[in-house]
Design a protein around this ligand. Structure first.
Ligand SMILES: NC(=O)c1ccc[n+]([C@@H]2O[C@H](COP(=O)([O-])OP(=O)(O)OC[C@H]3O[C@@H](n4cnc5c(N)ncnc54)[C@H](OP(=O)(O)O)[C@@H]3O)[C@@H](O)[C@H]2O)c1
Length: 247
């Protein structure tokens, strides 16, 4: 006979075997997603740029969760380190790959003012690097797994009715475009779902203190959306409350 306790034990054992990689977990949304996944029983590998300067909040999570959290060094601006990142993940497949790291770009946000170096960095970090990472790690994704790109409503061309922050918008539109091709040609045929995620306007260093959505609200919603998407082999552009956005 199965008791209630047995059922709880079975459910949590299945839960704890799920594995996620969060890219860009030093602060903000990536750190928050890491916190929620650990609370849900996931095995999490979290990347930061410099492991000799692990932020206190992440160290506290490590102290609380022990072996369930592994912290690995990775800088999106160093693509040559991608094979090392893949190797460090070992043999267990990834159920979730979340690429959260991103930048806003120069304060003026104007196409006629930006230098080639600065716009190159913006598009490389926000659009090219996420695709490089997803391509490199697709072979170690578990069947039915999900790749979540932290996009933005600002990356929607059809929803752009204010035109502000034109450089950042363009970089996220580029991410959306690149990830559509990646989903159609690579991820979906391999049985992997793709989410382009809008986290809301969130109270992080990037979002600022006047943002209406707290980190906790955003990341709780984002993790729910990603967990619900497991096993769904489709691509969606979706916000933290599960609402579909137009491209
Ligand atoms: N906040 C919002 O309202 C909002 C809205 C829509 C979309 N988003 C998107 O959501 C994602 C997370 O945003 P956030 O608000 O959490 O931003 P944030 O508070 O500014 O944090 C940015 C994160 O990206 C990391 N990062 C930046 N460049 C990196 C690089 N070259 N290599 C590795 N990591 C790098 C940072 O690491 P360091 O600590 O080492 O700098 C940090 O962990 C971004 O893609 C952003 O565009 C945010």
């Amino acid at each position: 006979m199965t008791t209630g306790d047995d059922m709880i034990g079975t459910a949590s054992a299945e839960h704890s075997s799920r594995r996620a990689l969060v890219i860009g977990a030093s602060r903000g949304i990536g750190l928050g997603i890491t916190r929620v996944l650990l609370a849900h029983g996931w095995q999490v590998t979290a990347t930061i740029r410099n492991t000799t300067r692990t932020p206190q909040a992440l160290s506290e999570l490590k102290n609380a969760h022990g072996a369930a959290l592994e912290i690995v060094e990775f800088d999106l601006a160093q693509p040559s380190r991608l094979p090392t990142l893949a190797e460090s993940l070992g043999s267990q497949a990834l159920d979730l790959l979340i690429i959260s790291a991103g930048i806003m770009g120069p304060g003026h946000q104007r196409a006629e003012q930006v230098t080639p170096e600065s716009v190159g960095e913006l598009f490389d970090i926000n659009a090219m690097a996420p695709l490089r990472i997803a391509r490199a790690l697709l072979p170690i994704m578990a069947s039915g797994g999900v790749i979540g790109f932290l996009s933005s409503r600002m990356g929607s061309v059809s929803l752009n009715d204010t035109g502000d922050r034109e450089l950042y918008r363009a970089s996220k539109a580029a991410l959306n475009s690149l990830s559509r091709g990646f989903a159609i040609n690579e991820a979906l045929p391999a049985g992997i779902g793709v989410l382009n995620l809008h986290p809301g306007w969130v109270q992080t260093d990037m979002g600022g203190s006047e943002a209406p959505v707290t980190i906790e609200q955003s990341v709780t919603g984002l993790v729910n959306v990603m967990e619900d998407a497991l096993g769904q082999v489709e691509q969606r552009f979706v916000d933290f409350e599960g609402q579909t956005l137009t491209w």
